[in-house]
Design a protein around this ligand. Structure first.
Ligand SMILES: Cc1cc2nc3c(=O)[nH]c(=O)nc-3n(C[C@H](O)[C@H](O)[C@H](O)COP(=O)(O)OP(=O)(O)OC[C@H]3O[C@@H](n4cnc5c(N)ncnc54)[C@H](O)[C@@H]3O)c2cc1C
Length: 462
């Protein structure tokens, strides 16, 4: 017999009648253990996460979100909020409590004249890009297409357009939010400004965002793709990569990976996107292509939408993952030597080490202008263990930890909040640095009882 009981965070069993009343109030679906679709709905991108919520509220509109928040607060339920379900830490689901699942809220309206988009919180990067691209427009979204726009925007948002147009959160014009007391607020530079500040980097701490309004930019064809060099050349290629990327114009954003090529050969890979004119781009990227004899050169003019899907096969939904990240400002010779000494051989064929660059417009925003504080040129460094087999990931977690540890002397000690696993309060503070007290002030105002705590939690002062 499946246990369909619902228990509050303080251990009280809820009456079936009150659950049925909530169900009747919804336009969307409520899924409970044993229901068709429940097991699929509780899965997230990272299959290391295997949580069993008591109820999943599949919201289809703001009213459902308000009902769910009010019910969870009144009955003291543990609450998880799910956008795209892509976060590595798996906090979009929980054991026992309620999941407020926005994945069915996929409405989007692009205004091709004003260059804006109003996008509901269940959209994935690819879905948002697709609608904007129909008008030759885009805003910065992440580099894997099935990541949710909600978690990505709320944490900051690195992506191929960040050098030219800023992070995703820098392109946020307003957001609609259901706060812990069930109110529906709009936050922007002129309305609920403190909340708007907190939403641009502070994650899911302040309420459930139902919709985001973005600024869009003309983006059509880009020069992008990847070039693979043999791993034996990794030292030279990474040295080159550092010099090349630190002097990159705003139009060019880059990543580098140590990974295994489809041929099975270990490889050092540079991935890039140049979003200006392709003639100029060809000149800018020429040094990457003439560096030596590549295993493969897949850099070409392509649609921005295609580029956005290019890395999908490397990190597919439904595999098991572990990663640990840190911010590095400089890939010095010593850092590269330490990296190669600890990273190789890679523990599984899908495992690797990534460096995601942030620079240009994104790093020229003021440090406390938004709640994403790392406004300087850097790379987000992340060793990642990947396998279809949970046991194989567990067996190799030490590889990622030891590599991460060895690289600490070369990092700033900070980390991008969206790349944190379940790493505790001290690491959340490291992710926010000196802006943390201001986040606490916003938390005190909008969620003083910490209803929204299944996230990289900013604790209110009780
Ligand atoms: C393969 C992969 C590639 C990635 N690439 C990038 C990248 O290029 N750039 C980048 O910046 N990041 C990237 N990330 C990190 C990504 O930004 C985070 O994982 C982000 O949290 C994903 O958002 P989501 O909505 O899919 O996540 P979810 O797991 O659904 O949510 C994560 C957390 O966000 C909060 N949340 C989600 N939706 C809402 C909402 N509507 N209202 C309030 N809170 C909400 C909740 O606290 C939730 O626990 C990547 C992650 C993965 C796994």
């Amino acid at each position: 017999m499946v246990d369909r009981g619902v228990i509050s965070a303080t251990g009280t069993a809820l009456e079936e009648a009150s659950i049925e009343k909530l169900q009747d109030s919804l336009r969307g679906e409520m899924l409970r253990p044993g229901d068709n679709g429940y097991d699929e709905a509780r899965m997230v991108w990272n299959r290391m996460v295997d949580k069993h919520p008591s109820m999943i509220i599949r919201c289809v509109g703001v009213a459902d979100v308000i009902h769910a928040v009010n019910f969870a607060r009144t009955h003291d339920l543990l609450v998880a909020v799910r956008g795209g379900g892509h976060n590595v830490a798996g906090k979009a689901v929980c054991d026992e409590g309620m999941v407020i699942d926005l994945s069915k809220m996929k409405g989007i309206r692009v205004d091709p004249t004003q260059h804006t988009a109003q996008a509901q919180a269940g959209l994935l990067n690819a879905e948002c890009d697709r609608e904007a691209q129909a008008f030759g427009l885009a805003t910065t979204m992440g580099v894997v297409s099935d990541t949710g726009i909600a978690g990505l925007t709320l944490g900051g948002g690195y992506g191929w357009l960040a050098g030219k147009y800023g992070m995703t959160c820098d392109n946020l014009l307003s957001a609609d939010v259901v706060t812990a007391d069930g109110r529906f607020l709009t936050a922007s530079v002129s309305e609920n400004e403190d909340l708007f500040w907190g939403l641009r980097g502070g994650g899911g701490n302040f309420g459930v965002v139902t919709s985001f309004e973005y600024r869009l930019h003309p983006v059509d064809q880009v020069l992008g793709g990847m070039i693979l060099y043999p791993m034996e050349k990794a030292k030279d290629v990474l040295r080159f990569y550092h010099e090349f990327s630190i002097s990159a114009p705003d139009e060019l954003s880059t990543m580098a990976f140590l990974a295994t090529a489809p041929s099975g050969d270990p490889a050092v890979i540079i991935v890039l996107c140049y979003c200006g004119s392709s003639d100029e781009g060809e000149k800018v990227v020429k040094p990457v292509r003439t560096l030596g004899k590549p295993l493969a050169d897949l850099i070409q003019v392509m649609s921005y939408g295609d580029l956005q899907k290019m890395l999908d096969p490397l990190l597919p939904t439904g595999h098991c993952y572990y990663w640990k990240a840190s911010i590095i400002r400089e890939l010095s010779d010593e850092a590269i030597e330490t990296l190669l000494a600890h990273a190789l051989p890679l523990p599984t064929p899908m495992s690797g080490v990534g460096f995601q660059q942030l620079h240009g417009v994104a790093s020229r925003v003021g440090q406390d202008e938004t709640a994403y504080p790392h406004r300087y040129d850097h790379y987000e460094f992340f060793p990642i263990v990947v396998s279809e087999d949970r046991g194989e990931v567990e067996k190799n977690i030490h590889w990622a930890r030891e590599l991460w540890e060895a690289m600490q002397p070369f990092t700033t000690g900070a980390v991008y909040v969206n790349d944190l696993g379940d790493e505790g309060e001290a690491r959340v503070k490291e992710a926010y640095g000196s802006i943390y007290p201001r986040l606490v002030e916003v938390k005190n105002k909008y969620d003083p009882t910490n209803l929204f705590r299944l996230n990289q939690n900013v604790k209110p002062k009780m």
